[in-house]
Design a protein around this ligand. Structure first.
Ligand SMILES: C[S@@+](CC[C@H](N)C(=O)[O-])C[C@H]1O[C@@H](n2cnc3c(N)ncnc32)[C@H](O)[C@@H]1O
Length: 211
């Protein structure tokens, strides 16, 4: 296994892997054992962040950082972020998903799971202190407003928004929803990159902004 161009991420020449001392698979991903390390395969079909990396993502500020993750679900992508980052706060609204996320957090020492609605950043401010990165993957019609609200409230160095265009407006073409969302985001942030990740995740874009 070799270091990839993304800090904290490894490659066998084809796919990406994150390195951990935990031997168990989180969601059925393949694990390669080398010495005291376990390398967890990070498939682009299962994670929008991996999809963006496979499609040439340039910004990757996760190593040694504190990440506020909105829409943590059962922790598929979050588990890889936890392998790379110092600390991850996982916000999730579904109690069923939260159950699995708590199970994951119990086995690791850098995940703080929080059962909350990401629409109200002030509600988890008691737990979340100075995140370096906000990563959002929330399937809601108002996902852009949720992202802006959290970015303004926590003021991190980077924001990653996984835009699900169909949830915003099913009747519009994905590229038109992107155009509208981009305009709204540009009123608040500098857009660093936009990657169309539809090859792996239908009608999705990965957007990286800098406040
Ligand atoms: C597409 S899934 C996230 C997948 C996950 N990011 C991954 O890659 O492993 C979207 C998640 O957002 C959660 N969600 C939806 N609305 C939310 C809200 N207002 N606040 C927090 N979580 C929300 C859903 O319950 C769901 O688990």
């Amino acid at each position: 296994m070799k270091k990839s161009k993304y800090e904290g991420v490894y490659t066998d020449g084809r796919g990406y892997y994150t390195k951990t001392t935990y031997r168990e698979s989180v969601y059925g991903e393949k694990i390669i054992h080398e010495g005291k390390w376990f390398y967890r395969h990070w498939p682009p079909s299962r994670s929008k962040l991996s999809a963006a990396m496979h499609l040439g993502l340039k910004n990757f500020p996760f190593k040694n950082s504190r990440v506020l993750y909105l829409g943590a679900a059962t922790g598929t992508t979050l588990s890889h972020v936890s392998d790379i980052a110092d600390l991850v706060w996982g916000i999730e609204i579904s109690p069923i998903s939260m159950h699995s996320l708590i199970h994951l957090a119990e086995k690791r020492n850098n995940i703080i799971p929080i059962l909350e609605d990401a629409r109200y950043p002030e509600k988890y401010a008691i737990f979340v202190k100075h995140p370096d990165v906000i990563y959002q993957d929330v399937s809601q019609r108002d996902q852009v407003q949720i992202f802006i609200r959290n970015m303004k409230f926590y003021n991190p160095k980077y924001g990653f928004l996984m835009l699900k265009t169909r949830t915003i407006d099913m009747r519009k073409k994905p590229k038109d929803v992107l155009k509208d969302s981009r305009k709204v985001l540009e009123d608040h942030f500098k857009i660093s990159e936009i990657i169309n990740i539809s090859k792996y995740q239908n009608d999705h874009y990965a957007i990286v902004v800098i406040p």
